[in-house]
Design a protein around this ligand. Structure first.
Ligand SMILES: *[C@@H]1O[C@H](CO)[C@@H](O)[C@H](O)[C@H]1NC(C)=O
Ligand SMILES: *[C@@H]1O[C@H](CO)[C@@H](O)[C@H](O)[C@H]1NC(C)=O
Ligand SMILES: *[C@@H]1O[C@H](CO)[C@@H](O)[C@H](O)[C@H]1NC(C)=O
Ligand SMILES: *[C@@H]1O[C@H](CO)[C@@H](O)[C@H](O)[C@H]1NC(C)=O
Length: 355
């Protein structure tokens, strides 16, 4: 008992050293307060006062040093602009940060920086990218709520430096015109959950991302009328640097309702285990696996929606080492062409046309 209490205490202390239990609690090193007129203070030193919300936030961030924390208590609009967070800084968005689209850019960006933490953030508006990252190490995102009216939620860039050791806790995205979360070039990714509602493309899209562990991906109405999916692996996702596809992408659970596809693996991705799925009424394939290697779905259900399909495009080698254990009701299962070393364990009433 005493030992349990002690280890619990140790765990709690370890947690609080990373993130405060509540946004802005404790003693942040700098704050942004006000409404209409904003004040940024570092300790008791005023570093900005005026009507420019973005300038107030950036001044607060620029005033702290590594290991220190900014709490933005005020709500406001930054317009079509970018907030930049540099190495070692902790950013808490406690008010609601409204944003607009700056072409090709993020409303908040972290570029070539280590140990940035964003424990809390609430964003509204229509950004190009809500959060944009590249070249990060030990990036940590906590409770992030993006209630958008367009744009892409969280994006790790395709054509810039890779990222190592990225953590995300609780990511909630509504109303994005594109993906809720899109990664490229991450080695070492841990996500607790991504919850997407009414987004134009994917819930979670992983590309060139290895050594990933994801708890839950839950999307309702992601990618309606498109081939995008609640969970999509693409562009050699899970392919290790030695070219192999040993399992390195672990997904605990995928829940998908309506939208486009449920799960879509494509373009030489793989090395993935999905433990459990709950997919219903997807407007496109409930599951589509196309030119993927060493992928398994270990259990769960598909209820209605588009067919569960193993397919191949001629430009890449055929599927191989696909293991699917699944209950499929109210829709069909088709494997065409036959994959190499496919292993089906199917139950449910769906028609089958498999090899
Ligand atoms: C990242 O975190 C790990 C521990 O999780 C630490 O060993 C490493 O030094 C950190 N890297 C950087 C660049 O801060
Ligand atoms: C964001 O959306 C959620 C769910 O619709 C809602 O509960 C919350 O109040 C919204 N927050 C803001 C700041 O818009
Ligand atoms: C699939 O991944 C497992 C590790 O999880 C590995 O043992 C196996 O060799 C891989 N299979 C292929 C064909 O790559
Ligand atoms: C097929 O998968 C099941 C688990 O779902 C496993 O027990 C069985 O050995 C596999 N069969 C082959 C031929 O790989």
């Amino acid at each position: 008992m005493a030992q349990f209490a002690l280890s619990l205490l140790t765990a709690l202390v370890a947690l609080t050293s990373v993130a405060q239990a509540q946004c802005g609690s404790g003693s942040p090193h700098a704050t942004v307060t006000g409404s209409g007129t904003f004040t940024a203070n570092r300790g008791s030193t005023r570093v900005y006062s005026g009507s420019d919300y973005r300038a107030a936030i950036q001044a607060a961030l620029d005033s702290i040093s590594t290991g220190q924390r900014v709490a933005v208590m005020a709500s406001g609009s930054i317009g079509a602009n970018t907030i930049t967070i540099t190495s070692g800084k902790i950013f808490e968005g406690c008010g609601t940060i409204n944003v607009a689209s700056r072409s090709g850019r993020g409303a908040i960006e972290v570029t070539n920086a280590n140990d940035v933490q964003i424990p809390y953030l609430t964003m509204t508006g229509s950004p190009y990218f809500g959060l944009r990252f590249s070249g990060t190490r030990n990036l940590s995102l906590g409770k992030i709520t993006l209630n958008l009216s367009g744009g892409l939620g969280i994006r790790f860039d395709r054509d810039r430096a890779a990222n190592y050791n990225v953590k995300m806790d609780d990511i909630r995205v509504t109303g994005a015109g594109s993906h809720a979360v899109e990664t490229w070039n991450i080695d070492g990714l841990t996500i607790n959950q991504v919850i997407a509602r009414n987004v134009g493309e994917c819930g979670l899209l992983l590309q060139k991302t290895t050594n990933a562990r994801v708890g839950l991906v839950d999307a309702n109405n992601a990618g309606a009328g498109t081939g995008y999916a609640t969970l999509r692996f693409a562009n050699e996702n899970g392919r290790l640097s030695n070219g192999r596809y040993d399992t390195n992408v672990y997904i605990d659970k995928v829940v998908s309702r309506g939208g486009g596809r449920g799960i879509f693996c494509v373009s030489q991705s793989g090395g993935a285990v999905i433990n459990n799925v709950d997919l219903a009424n997807n407007g496109n394939n409930a599951v589509l696996i196309e030119n993927c290697y060493n992928v398994s779905i270990r259990g769960g259900t598909v209820n209605g929606g588009g067919e569960v399909r193993l397919a191949a495009r001629s430009e890449f080698p055929n599927n191989r080492d696909i293991w699917i254990t699944l209950r499929v009701d109210g829709t069909s299962v088709r494997e065409s062409p036959c994959g190499e070393n496919t292993n089906w364990s199917l139950s449910g009433n769906g028609a089958r046309n498999i090899c």
